[in-house]
Design a protein around this ligand. Structure first.
Ligand code: HEM
Length: 408
């Protein structure tokens, strides 16, 4: 397909207008095929809530694993470098059916709401330490100094990964999620992901020698027992948990802070009544949709979606951020309402790949926002919202920086 796109869905300009573009798509063409990020591969983009839900709920028709379409499709989507492939390709989010179930079951007990609730004091301590470090200064860059270190420290401790390497995780993780289009970008990404793979190799080797009471050691034990987890699946699992375990939550905390600072009434209400914070987090998840698009799906069999005929082998992307602003599902969808109930948003996806880390993300988000607004009086933006830069990774609705200040 070489026709131009009907809707521009990439880059900084898109991010500045995403709400309006998605609204036009929902109204004119809730399921539409146009070239993807490379400018030529045809992709179906889905923006209506009902259609997005239909896709995510039906992994038998809309698969994550290209091998379900054909061996050629699997070969096309395989990461070329075998060392990098070992950490990027073999995790639960790339499989459907039995392999997905097997991999998810190995870690699901570590992420249940009850287990996660026990982390509350530690997460609150981390949030308070981060605020202690900046409180007297009267200003900070909120993404780099608060939204990022909080979730990366939590997931690193949960896995048993030394958090001193967290700045490297940020760089490697970017390479994981940012599409590399030119040969130069691809070479750079493979270099960074190669470094991530080398680090993973060292970490697993060290932990094999010196097991501890952490998730990585438990996964290594499963791998050593034989048939439930192979080495590449082990590496990919750890990499997925590091990447998914922080990227997304950084976006949630940064986006929620920006949204609150633009809605002073909601901020005052939450400061006076912290019991409202968990409900408000659900609304920030809907309103901002930090994971704006789910990963690409492969159409396994011919099917109708939103009146469009889709064929075996077609590629498809659902826009969670568009579905979460669909007026057919949410009254006054473009308004923030921290009391919204029910709030059937799809910010964590739906179906078999529904976010494993949702309880953790909800708790981190609630503690981060509550600590921020309780501890920093008269918190305010230091840059006009129009002048803020958004990251260009199409998956995320994520600020590059958020400078804020407060009274000391
Ligand atoms: C606000 C924060 C978060 C958001 C908005 C979010 C969103 C999502 C979404 C939309 C998916 C499904 C993607 C798809 O179907 O293509 C997903 C899957 C996943 N998320 Fe999250 N996530 C967040 C935080 C976390 C955290 C903290 C973890 C840490 C463990 C995590 C781990 C995962 C995993 C492992 C999957 C794959 C599940 C599977 O394939 O069965 N996420 N997340």
């Amino acid at each position: 397909m070489s026709a131009p796109r009907s809707y521009e869905l990439y880059g900084a300009e898109f991010r500045r207008n995403d709400r309006a573009i998605y609204a036009r798509m929902r109204a004119e063409a809730p399921v539409v095929q146009q070239p993807g990020i490379d400018g030529h591969t045809p992709i179906w983009f889905v923006t209506g809530a009902a259609e997005v839900e239909q896709v995510l709920a039906d992994s038998a028709t809309f698969a994550r694993d290209p091998a379900r379409v054909s061996p050629e499709m699997a070969a096309d989507f395989q990461t070329p470098d075998p060392r990098v492939r070992a950490i990027t390709d073999n995790h639960m989010l790339n499989y459907d059916g039995e392999d997905h179930r097997r991999l998810r079951a190995l870690v699901s007990k570590a992420f249940t709401p009850r287990v996660i609730e026990a982390l509350r004091p530690r997460i609150a301590a981390i949030a308070n330490e981060l605020i202690d470090a900046v409180a007297a200064r009267g200003h900070m860059e909120l993404v780099g100094e608060y939204a990022f270190p909080l979730p990366i420290t939590v997931i690193a401790e949960l896995l048993g990964v030394p958090s001193e390497r967290r700045d490297d995780f940020r760089i490697w993780s970017d390479a994981f999620v940012q599409p590399a289009m030119t040969a130069e970008e691809q070479q750079r990404a493979m270099g960074l992901l190669g470094a991530f793979a080398a680090y993973m190799g060292e970490l697993v080797a060290e932990r094999r020698q010196n097991p501890r009471d952490d998730l990585i050691s438990r996964l290594i034990q499963v791998e050593e027992q034989g048939d439930r987890l192979n080495e590449s699946e082990l590496f990919s699992m750890i990499a997925l948990l590091i990447v998914a375990g922080h990227e997304t939550t950084v976006s949630l905390i940064g986006d929620a802070a920006l949204t609150l600072l633009q809605h002073p009434d909601a901020l005052a209400e939450l400061r006076d009544n912290p019991a409202l914070v968990p409900g408000a987090i659900e609304e920030f998840l809907r309103y901002e949709s930090p994971v704006d698009r789910a990963l690409v799906r492969f159409v396994v069999r011919d099917t109708l979606l939103g009146g469009q005929q889709l064929h075996h082998g077609d590629l498809l992307i659902v826009a969670l951020g568009a579905a979460n602003h669909d007026e057919a599902r949410f009254a006054h969808a473009d308004e923030l309402d921290i009391h919204r109930t029910p709030n059937p948003h799809m910010a964590f996806g739906k179906g078999i790949h529904y976010c494993l880390g949702a309880p953790l993300a909800r708790l981190e988000g609630a503690i981060a926002i509550q600590t921020l607004i309780q501890r920093l009086p008269n918190l305010r933006l230091e840059r006009a919202p129009d002048a803020l830069a958004w990251r260009t990774a199409p998956l995320f609705r994520s600020l590059v920086e958020l400078p804020v200040s407060w009274d000391v």
